[in-house]
Design a protein around this ligand. Structure first.
Ligand SMILES: Nc1ncnc2c1ncn2[C@@H]1O[C@H](COP(=O)(O)OS(=O)(=O)O)[C@@H](OP(=O)(O)O)[C@H]1O
Ligand SMILES: Nc1ncnc2c1ncn2[C@@H]1O[C@H](COP(=O)(O)OP(=O)(O)O)[C@@H](O)[C@H]1O
Length: 420
């Protein structure tokens, strides 16, 4: 079992609650929970632990953000009426030498009738002993490498339990801890009964060095959280059109406009793709298919990273552009921000493109010096329903950029509500 604090949300990463904060973060939901809360708060053991200046009191599970807590075994799944009735209280030595936890277990965690399941006690020991060792481990994280348990007496359901742990050895990334679970005396003169003892070895994983003490293991950052942290939406603008239609010119101007607005944008075009990632590809239909597929994958990653990807490629085949669109659509799970794909048809009559011919390629194509040239000896399949069409023979570069920016603003893809 992994034992580590978890802070998956943006807010929690930036400002996780501290130990003192956690003490006011739980409100008992019913009379029974309130009774358990009051009992622990007024118990002499609690009072004596609170008197020790070397101990830090907290309710460690409250540090787990609510959105993730419900998925957490000991912070969510096992907490509630009949289970771990209220979030446990803990006292942790600042130097990692000791740890005490008080909790109440209800009637619904049983194996044999009326007896708390040994597997539950194992979970409690594993986590409690791990928490004891966190302060001495690099990056305050430990994964369970070994856990030995001896069961000493049946743990009767519906009672208060005390977990005590001590760190007995530390070597580099390893910490050895021993501890036990005992009953909490409920009447004067009663002695605690030890229910289970354990020894364990925790290892701080090498990967933990990539994070810090507050940023550890969590399933993943949602795209929505990433967009919020970056302060912008990620999406792809896909320019398609004949050679010399103006794709690169408009994409470059739009990139600059977005950057001036503070929106991170990055252009993918022949200059940075066909000489690198796709330098093995030519202009046969098959190679163009693969060219567009790879570029679409890259654009999708840029968009997923909350960047605006501006792809400007002839992309002459409808089916290839559909592949690119589908890659984005399929990477848009319900409940999270999608990856918008905006197809911009850079429309211009072939005759006009040929008149421009900035690189002299049409001339060469007409002369048969370049084969499979789009519009001359290879097809261009115009989009049937692009999100935006710009006629670069009728609009200036600036007007083209304004038309696209207006489209983005109207859909809150840029502007004030961009990351909401
Ligand atoms: N046969 C042939 N057909 C079309 N274009 C050719 C060809 N050979 C070289 N070039 C130059 O390559 C640029 C097009 O590359 P793309 O990656 O956009 O093409 S495609 O999307 O895979 O069809 C294109 O650049 P742009 O003019 O910027 O579009 C051409 O300069
Ligand atoms: N409104 C316009 N938008 C884009 N390009 C234009 C426009 N008017 C003239 N041009 C010219 O057309 C040419 C387009 O070339 P380029 O942007 O490289 O096209 P593509 O990337 O589609 O091959 C450039 O020389 C550019 O200056």
């Amino acid at each position: 079992m992994a034992a580590a604090p978890a802070y998956p949300t943006a807010a929690a990463i930036l400002s996780p609650p501290n130990s003192a904060d956690t003490l006011s973060m739980f409100t008992p939901h019913d009379d029974d929970a309130q009774t358990k809360e009051d009992f622990i708060n007024s118990h002499p053991l609690t009072a004596s632990l609170r008197e020790s200046p070397a101990l830090i009191e907290s309710r460690p599970h409250m540090k787990i953000p609510p959105s993730w807590r419900k998925h957490n075994l000991t912070g969510g799944t096992l907490v509630g009426p009949g289970k771990v009735t209220i979030p446990p209280f803990s006292w942790s030595a600042q130097d990692g030498s000791s740890y005490v936890q008080i909790s109440h277990v209800g009637t619904d965690l049983c194996g044999h009738m009326g007896i708390i399941h040994g597997g539950f006690l194992a979970t409690m020991l594993d986590e409690g002993l791990a928490r004891c060792s966190f302060p001495v481990l690099p990056f305050n994280v430990g994964m369970t490498a070994k856990l030995d348990i001896n069961y000493k007496a049946p743990a009767i359901a519906d009672q208060y339990l005390v977990l005590r742990a001590k760190t007995i050895k530390v070597e580099g990334r390893k910490a050895w801890v021993e501890g036990h679970i005992e009953t909490l005396p409920t009447e004067e003169g009663q002695q605690p009964v030890i229910l289970a003892t354990a020894t364990a070895l925790y290892v701080s994983p090498k990967q933990a060095a990539l994070g810090n003490s507050n940023i550890t293991w969590h399933p993943s950052l949602s795209r929505h959280e990433r967009n919020q942290l970056r302060g912008q939406r990620g999406f792809t603008i896909w320019f398609t059109g004949l050679s010399a239609s103006g794709k690169s010119t408009v994409a470059t101007a739009l990139e600059q406009h977005l950057l001036h607005l503070g929106v991170a944008a990055y252009r993918l075009d022949g200059d940075n793709v066909r000489f690198g990632l796709n330098k093995d590809l030519g202009f046969s239909e098959k190679d163009r298919n693969e060219n567009i597929r790879r570029i679409a994958e890259v654009a999708k990653l840029f968009a997923d990273s909350s960047t605006v990807a501006l792809a400007s490629f002839i992309s002459p085949y409808r089916a290839d552009r559909q592949v690119a669109r589908d890659l984005h659509t399929n990477a848009s799970p319900a409940g999270d921000d999608g990856l918008p794909f905006i197809e911009v048809f850079v429309d211009i009559p072939l005759s006009e493109a040929e008149k421009r011919d900035p690189k002299g390629l049409y001339k060469k194509a007409r002369a048969g010096e370049i084969k499979d040239f789009t519009g001359i000896s290879a097809p261009y399949e115009a989009p049937e329903s692009p999100e935006i069409t710009i006629r670069t023979d009728k609009l200036s570069v600036e007007e083209c950029v304004i038309k696209i920016a207006d489209y983005l603003r109207e859909r809150d893809l840029i502007g004030e509500n961009k990351a909401n």
